[in-house]
Design a protein around this ligand. Structure first.
Ligand SMILES: Nc1ncnc2c1ncn2[C@@H]1O[C@H](COP(=O)(O)OP(=O)(O)OP(=O)(O)O)[C@@H](O)[C@H]1O
Ligand SMILES: [Mg+2]
Length: 253
């Protein structure tokens, strides 16, 4: 699959819209960012890791974020996932002003809307695979019987039934990644944020995960993935390139 001509390519010291035609506010503009910036103190100075990130993601988009190591991809995904509150600018999820919210309220939004696949998996070490998969369902108050059925389906779908009573440190890296993806999608979130979700997988399993994301997207789930893999990037409808914290390119496919 080929990428289309860039819709926005310009010098990085300008604000960029992620989308060439902004989505009308309140209709299907799921995420709106305005001048989001993040920096760390370094000695007497300040090192920026995200600069003037502005734009929109519509409900039903499948956006791929690419860029070299250290570009700020995980940092941006963590902000979008409400896992980081230490940044400046404006971020609306639907009509919720995330920038003005308390950490506890942000976490509630995370639980309600978001499934997150961490680059380093972040499974809970003292819970079994089965128990890790149950957690997002318990956040949504799914009843015990229904939880059991959903976890059983998920174990089956990801081909990890035999691992259900093992702890994360008894799994290979790739198996942990499968559980991490299963955990992110099990409660059918409106928004899936996936940080290199196939990085530790064999290409056949990687394709299985990407086909699953594509299927969920076709059913209306909004997906934002980070990948270094051009073939996986082509699964989405938009690609955004980050470099040194700046959006340097935004493509509609
Ligand atoms: N606690 C911290 N203190 C200072 N700088 C940090 C801290 N955490 C992250 N950074 C810096 O933020 C920048 C962006 O990191 P980030 O993890 O977002 O990169 P990335 O694009 O996800 O890279 P990769 O492809 O390797 O995963 C890096 O230069 C990193 O050194
Ligand atoms: Mg990263």
């Amino acid at each position: 699959m080929r990428l289309s001509t860039p819709s926005v390519v310009s010098d990085p010291h300008t604000e960029y819209l992620l989308h060439c035609t902004p989505t009308p506010q309140g209709i299907n503009g799921m995420i709106r960012l305005k001048n989001v910036e993040k920096s760390y103190r370094s000695g007497a100075g300040e090192t920026f890791v995200l600069r003037r990130i502005s734009g929109e993601v519509a409900q039903g988009d499948f956006l791929t974020i690419m860029g070299p190591s250290g570009a700020g991809k995980t940092t941006l995904l963590s902000i979008l996932g409400m896992l980081d509150g230490d940044w400046r600018g404006e971020f609306y999820l639907y009509d919720h002003p995330v920038h003005a919210m308390k950490p506890r309220d942000r976490m509630e939004l995370n639980k309600q809307y978001i499934g997150f696949v961490f680059q380093q998996y972040h499974l809970l070490d003292d819970l079994t695979v089965y128990e890790n998969l149950e957690i997002p369902l318990s956040y949504r108050n799914v009843k015990r019987k229904e939880r059991q059925a959903m976890v059983a389906d998920s174990l089956d779908r990801f081909n990890i039934v035999g691992k259900k009573d093992l702890y994360p440190n008894q799994l290979s890296g790739g198996q942990q990644q499968l559980v991490a993806v299963a955990r992110a999608v099990i409660a059918d979130p409106k928004l899936i944020l996936a940080d290199e979700p196939t990085g530790s997988l064999h290409s056949i399993q990687g394709k299985m995960i990407m086909d699953l994301l594509k299927e969920l997207n076709a059913q209306g789930t909004t997906i934002i993935q980070v990948t270094h893999n051009e073939a996986w990037a082509a699964y989405g409808n938009r690609i955004m390139n980050l470099r040194d914290g700046w959006i340097v390119e935004s493509l509609d496919r």
